[in-house]
Structures are given as structure tokens and as C-alpha cells.
Design a protein around this ligand. Structure first.
Ligand code: NCD
Length: 305
């Protein structure tokens, strides 16, 4: 079994993953040692695109479970010498890793990896499509904060069209009956979808929201010029303290990182210890990836037995 898309996980499976991640997060916070459930396993991190949080988080998760980790970075690889993606994947497959974590700008990379790899594949972000472990960690943070996901009003704001974080979050939150609103300039909104309201004005879009999820403009993926300076974008779509007053009084703020302070989010909102769950998202990421690695590897071992 692989985790390449939220669509492959049922509501019950997601709940089980979040329960397991919850336990891991409590243990990490208490400084408890985790049983080395993945001792002797090798996790290969295949990063064809830049990353800070996701790569280090998968690595930490694997190490906490007693696995060993190899980090492959495209920037320092033979791709630079003209090798194709498929030849690179076939080569990595022959190292016989026990799990393959893959991030790439190409939408179909997780599926291609699945075709070549002898082991489970975990999608760490594919192009503009999905980032399932990010949605799971966001769900964990929201569930821990609100005690539930059902019925939460969640405003996802910014470059939704090109965001794989939004892609996976929409799929997951829909499964749990959250009230999702998408907010951004017209050209950064996706095609309309039944049951999901879209807004081009921030104040309207975040009105009464329990959680406001901010996203970076994916400048590397824009096909059209945004025709808006960073300062203009901030003026219309940046989350400031003043604007946040339109959300519910108890509203919290999320951001998957990397943040562009002063573009999509004001520095004092990002650092607001009463509102911002941004660092808790990073912390939850390790626990969620531990649960995901255990889940796919235990499944794989049971199938092989
Ligand atoms: C995001 C990504 O790479 O998809 N970051 C992350 O993994 N936490 C978001 C982004 O790049 O804007």
C-alpha cells in the first residue's frame, strides 16, 4: 500500500492515522522514546524539488521509528548529467529501499515511482496536485485544537489553483464535512466545485471562519503573470491582524510554510502565539509521518508474509 493521494484513504483510515499520530505527538512532547517499530528498514527520501520541512520531517519520523534514511537530492544527482527521471527511479529502485518518499514538480511522479519501486511510495508533494501528509498534519493540528473537524468553517486563502497543499486539504476536509471556503484573486482560484464557495474579497471569504489557512503564491508554477506587486497583493490578500477580526473571535491561523512575510501574511500574525498554529503544524508533521510510515510498512510486511 502507498500513500500517494488522499482519495486512496477512507475516513476511517484517516481517523486511525490521526489517532496514531496523536499518540506519537504526545510521546514526543513528553520526551518519551518510541519503540523502534521500523528497525532495520531503509527509507529513501527522493527529493526532486526543494524542501525544508517535509524532507527533514520525513527523515526525523523515520529515525524516531528506528529506520535508517538515505536522502537523494535531484540537485546533486546525475539528472544534472542528462539522466532521465525514469532511469533515475529505476536506479533508485535497485537499492531496494523499504519505503520511498517522493517529491517532484511533475504531477505523475508518485505513480511513476509506484511502477518502479519494490516498496510503498509516500507522496511528499507532486506538482500542483497533492501533498497528502501535509493535509493529514493540518487535520491533526485542527482536530487537537477544536476536538473535531466536522462542521469547522475553514477559509483557504491565496494561490489555491497551484497549491498541492490546498488540493489535499480540500479532499480531506470534504470527507469530514468541513465548510470550506476558497479565497483569492480570480486567476489563483481553481475551477468551481459543488459545495465549495469561492471569494475574491478576503474580508468576505474569512468572515466567521474558525481557521484561516494561508498559502504562498507558487511563483514557480504560475503560467500567467499575476500583474500584482507583492505590496499590492499584501494590501488585498495579506492576512493582517485587522483583517483577521472578520474571522471568528477564536479563529486560528495556519500556513504550511515556507512563508513570505509581508506578502500573504503579516509577521505579527505569523508570530501571534494566541492565533498562529504554524509551528505546531511543523511539530505535528513528524508525528503524522511516523504514523504514515508505520501504516504503509506494516501493511507491506503483512502482504509479504
Ligand atoms: C509546501 C509545498 O512544498 O507544497 N510546503 C510544504 O511542504 N510544507 C508549500 C509551498 O511550497 O508553498
Amino acid at each position: 500500500m502507498s500513500i500517494t493521494s488522499i482519495t486512496l484513504l477512507s475516513r476511517d483510515e484517516i481517523t486511525a492515522l490521526l489517532d496514531q499520530a496523536d499518540a506519537h505527538l504526545d510521546a514526543i512532547r513528553l520526551g518519551k522514546k518510541t519503540a523502534p517499530a521500523l528497525e532495520g528498514k531503509i527509507v529513501l527520501n527522493g527529493f526532486f524539488e526543494d524542501s525544508t520541512r517535509t524532507r527533514v520531517s520525513f527523515e526525523t519520523a523515520a529515525l524516531r521509528l528506528g529506520a535508517k534514511v538515505i536522502n537523494f537530492s535531484a540537485a546533486a544527482s546525475s539528472l544534472k548529467k542528462g539522466e532521465t527521471f525514469d532511469d533515475t527511479l529505476k536506479t533508485l529502485a535497485m537499492m531496494h529501499p523499504d519505503a520511498f518518499v517522493v517529491r517532484a514538480g511533475e504531477d505523475d511522479m508518485p505513480e511513476r515511482a509506484k511502477a518502479f519501486m519494490p516498496c510503498p511510495v509516500l507522496n511528499a508533494g507532486n506538482g500542483t496536485k497533492e501533498h497528502p501528509t501535509q493535509a493529514l498534519l493540518d487535520a491533526l493540528v485542527l482536530r487537537r485544537h477544536f476536538g473535531k473537524l466536522d462542521g469547522l468553517k475553514i477559509a483557504i486563502c491565496g494561490d489555491i489553483r497551484h497549491s498541492r497543499v490546498a488540493g489535499s486539504n480540500i479532499l480531506l476536509l470534504q470527507k469530514f464535512g468541513a465548510d470550506i471556503r476558497l479565497v483569492g484573486p480570480e486567476i489563483l482560484l481553481p475551477s468551481p466545485q459543488a459545495g465549495i464557495r469561492q471569494f475574491t474579497e478576503m474580508d468576505d471569504g474569512i468572515a466567521g471562519a474558525d481557521a484561516v489557512m494561508m498559502l504562498r503564491i507558487q511563483k514557480e508554477r504560475l503560467q500567467q503573470n499575476l500583474e500584482m506587486s507583492d505590496a499590492d497583493y499584501f494590501k488585498h490578500y495579506g492576512l493582517t491582524q485587522q483583517r483577521l477580526r472578520h474571522a471568528a473571535e477564536h479563529a486560528v491561523v495556519l500556513h504550511p510554510g515556507p512563508m513570505n512575510r509581508g506578502v500573504e501574511i503579516a509577521g505579527d500574525v505569523a508570530d501571534d502565539e494566541h492565533r498562529s498554529l504554524i509551528l505546531q503544524q511543523v511539530e505535528a508533521g513528524v508525528a503524522v509521518r511516523m504514523a504514515c510510515l508505520e501504516h504503509v510498512l506494516h501493511h507491506h510486511m503483512r502482504e509479504a508474509a
